[in-house]
Design a protein around this ligand. Structure first.
Ligand SMILES: Cc1cc2nc3c(=O)[nH]c(=O)nc-3n(C[C@H](O)[C@H](O)[C@H](O)COP(=O)(O)OP(=O)(O)OC[C@H]3O[C@@H](n4cnc5c(N)ncnc54)[C@H](O)[C@@H]3O)c2cc1C
Ligand code: SF4
Length: 453
């Protein structure tokens, strides 16, 4: 065993257990299962499922195509709207989007399994590398995309379809953004994120330059001088701190870093985890970090959230998944102080909270939870430098409804803007729509090359 300190160890499980624990959460439906699931759809004329999808996929049509034995046609219907439909089929919180809106989602019935059907069709197309789009004749324009996450990839693909050249710059070694570094391991197995990047870029005309960070290796005005337009899809690379005593102790980690290490580790038995882990937060990141800590063999994993169950950003389904994996979720607790010995975490002092006159307050009553690892999952922040010329709103890049920033010729989308929810599917929708806007500006309206100071 690789002993890293009080209770934080790698290799807590027997070798075979890692594969079992991190197996695909929802394996693909087989043909028969897909036909049975598709048969449950009423093909509603006003399809509320479609309205609930941020990328507006024609859900009844793609389900109908599965029913008629045409999964490739179904995949095309999905990709027409969402070129990352494969990842979205794996990670979308369908229980709060299309499946929540499904007319069969009633007390007596259950929604059509739209996410699983989407995965069925897209997997079939991607496994055979069936490409549906060709680039239009070259426009002679080249667009710089900053960030190779869902927003940047969706924008790049749509721009390539319109015949533009695209150069994507990404600060990290690998492309895919949080699909590669953040999504829970069991949602995207078998290097799906990497395979999806290959699938998206197979259209041609997209060059990705990794290890290139805006603000470090080049500036916005460098790009302005060289490209016809710019799309910023940089996500949120900073994380919020707890601002409590003891945050510097060994064993206090950012949940996103923990997940990134796990996602990138070729051997999960080498990833250290505490025996008793406390995760602070109430969103998807908190849930994913907690479940994965448990799957790595932590004995006791507790999520502490400062408000009630209904206030958690993580959906009811995600919360149930955590508790089904043995994670304890405790509400109305806020971190007060992290306790340690010899520089290493030994526990966390928490204060009970309550709502008084519409405000969250600490009640003064405290307790201690023993822990050798604390993970912070209380939100991410926009952290890029060198963008002071842009207007910001609520700490994120301000855009209009077309994705245009305050600087002419510069568009933005995904988590780095303050529009919509921080979800993979929303990032895809914003990247795609910004690409359409760029295309209109450059070609349809014949607007001249951009002007970035
Ligand atoms: C732990 C975690 C789990 C999640 N799970 C889910 C889930 O299950 N389902 C779901 O729908 N959503 C989930 N999300 C949210 C989802 O991952 C994001 O909403 C989505 O990835 C946003 O896409 P993006 O392209 O805007 O940003 P990102 O995916 O963050 O991609 C941004 C890219 O920009 C690059 N970049 C950053 N700064 C620079 C720079 N200065 N120069 C060049 N490149 C730069 C980054 O390296 C990165 O590749 C999760 C988020 C986290 C943190
Ligand atoms: S709402 Fe449900 S039943 Fe109606 S079209 Fe959508 S998936 Fe089918």
């Amino acid at each position: 065993m690789d002993r890293l300190g009080n209770g934080i160890e790698a290799g807590r499980l027997a070798p075979g257990e890692y594969e079992t624990n991190f197996a695909d959460l929802h394996p693909r439906l087989d043909r028969h299962e897909a036909l049975v699931a598709a048969d449950r759809c009423y093909f509603c004329y006003d399809a509320p499922c479609m309205t609930a999808c941020p990328t507006a996929i024609d859900v009844p049509l793609f389900i109908r195509q599965i029913s008629t034995g045409n999964p490739l046609g179904s995949a095309k219907t999905i990709f027409d709207q969402n070129i990352l439909g494969g990842m979205c089929a794996r990670v979308c919180p369908t229980e709060t989007l299309c499946e929540q809106a499904c007319v069969r989602n009633t007390a007596e019935d259950r929604p059509v399994e739209i996410g699983k059907l989407q995965r069925y069709a897209t997997d079939i197309a991607m496994e055979t590398n069936r490409q549906f789009y060709e680039r239009a004749a070259s426009t002679g324009k080249t667009i710089a995309v900053v960030g190779a996450g869902p927003a940047g990839l969706a924008a790049a693909h749509r721009l390539a379809r319109h015949g533009h050249g695209v150069v994507v710059f990404d600060a990290r070694e690998k492309s895919g953004g949080l699909n590669e570094y953040g999504i829970a391991t069991y949602k995207a197995v078998d290097e799906f994120a990497r395979r999806e990047v290959d699938y998206v870029t197979a259209i041609g005309g997209i060059e990705i330059r990794n290890g290139q960070a805006l603000g470090r290796d080049f500036s916005l005005s460098d790009l302005g001088g060289r490209y016809d337009a710019i799309f910023l899809g940089m996500g949120l690379s900073g994380v919020n701190g707890l601002s409590v005593e003891g945050e510097d102790l060994r064993g206090v980690d950012d949940a996103v870093d923990f997940i990134a290490v796990l996602r990138q580790s070729p051997d999960k038995s080498l990833v250290p985890v505490g025996r008793r882990v406390v995760v602070i937060g109430g969103g998807m990141t908190a849930i994913d970090a907690a479940i994965q800590a448990k799957l790595l063999g932590a004995e006791e994993v507790t999520i502490c959230y400062r408000r009630g169950k209904d206030n958690m950003n993580a959906s009811g389904y995600e919360q149930d998944l955590a508790t089904a994996n043995g994670v304890i979720i405790r509400h109305w607790l806020a971190p007060k102080r992290i306790l340690g010995e010899d520089g290493q975490v030994t526990g966390i002092e928490v204060e009970y909270t309550a709502m008084r006159d519409g405000r969250l307050i600490g009640t003064g009553e405290t307790g201690v939870i023993a822990a050798d690892q604390i993970m912070k999952a209380i939100g991410q922040t926009f952290a890029a430098s060198g963008l002071s010329a842009l207007q910001f709103e609520g700490g994120r890049i301000a855009i209009d409804l077309e994705g245009r920033t305050s600087i002419e010729g510069v568009w933005a989308g995904g988590d780095c803007v303050g529009l919509g929810e921080d979800l993979t599917v929303s990032a895809v929708a914003q990247g795609r729509d910004a690409a359409e806007s760029i295309n209109r500006a450059l070609v349809v309206a014949g607007q001249p090359a951009m002007a970035v100071a």
